[in-house]
Design a protein around this ligand. Structure first.
Ligand SMILES: [Cu+2]
Ligand SMILES: [Zn+2]
Length: 187
């Protein structure tokens, strides 16, 4: 009979639609931690008086960062702990300056892919008959560049004197640090 009724009806329908839209639209997800770098390199230099050295190339891949390269100066068949450590500082003779395992989530030490573990935990490396370990490791849940909490750019990679047992806290009982290198972004 008047203009008021249809106007109110339209307004009510519009509100209902908006409300429906609002209730079915997921809350904005936390900003994805996407790395900004395409490639980084690590030059592993001997530490603790060892002859262990190496060169590694890191690239973002899928849900993490892939590490490829070689570590030399080991003994045939050596099994050695290999981790990302929190500080990109290899200045101490024993590489203690690199700090502990990279652990932005405050997890326990463990084995990647098998329950709780530090973000920087990776599997032991194994030397061939010539004392060279070929690294082809995928580290899930970390990024390269961009400064997110899980960014490994500017951190350190460490080779240890012994194998990681994947259980002793917080180091895996992998012994001293025999090589250290900083993750340097190339591009
Ligand atoms: Cu380590
Ligand atoms: Zn660890």
């Amino acid at each position: 009979m008047t203009h008021a009724t249809p106007t109110r009806l339209v307004a009510t329908i519009a509100c209902s639609l908006l409300a429906a839209c609002a209730s079915t639209t997921p809350a904005p997800a936390p900003k994805p931690a996407t790395g900004t770098a395409q490639e980084a390199v690590v030059v592993l230099a001997p530490a603790s008086g060892s002859l262990v050295s190496g060169k590694l190339v890191l690239r973002p891949q899928g849900d993490g960062v892939h590490i490829r390269g070689e570590v030399g100066g080991l003994k045939a068949g050596d099994v050695r702990g290999f981790h990302i450590h929190e500080r990109g500082d290899c200045s101490a003779a024993d590489a203690s300056s690199a700090g502990g395992h990279f652990n932005p989530a405050g997890s326990a030490h463990g084995r990647a892919g098998q329950g709780a573990h530090h973000a920087g935990d990776t599997d032991n490396i194994v030397a061939d008959a010539r004392g060279v370990a070929r690294i082809d490791a995928h580290v899930r849940g970390v990024t390269l560049g961009g400064g997110a909490a899980n960014d490994i750019a500017g951190r350190a990679l460490i080779v240890h004197a012994a194998a990681d047992d994947y259980s002793t806290q917080p180091t895996g009982n992998a012994g001293g640090r025999v090589a250290c290198g900083v993750v340097r972004v190339l591009r």
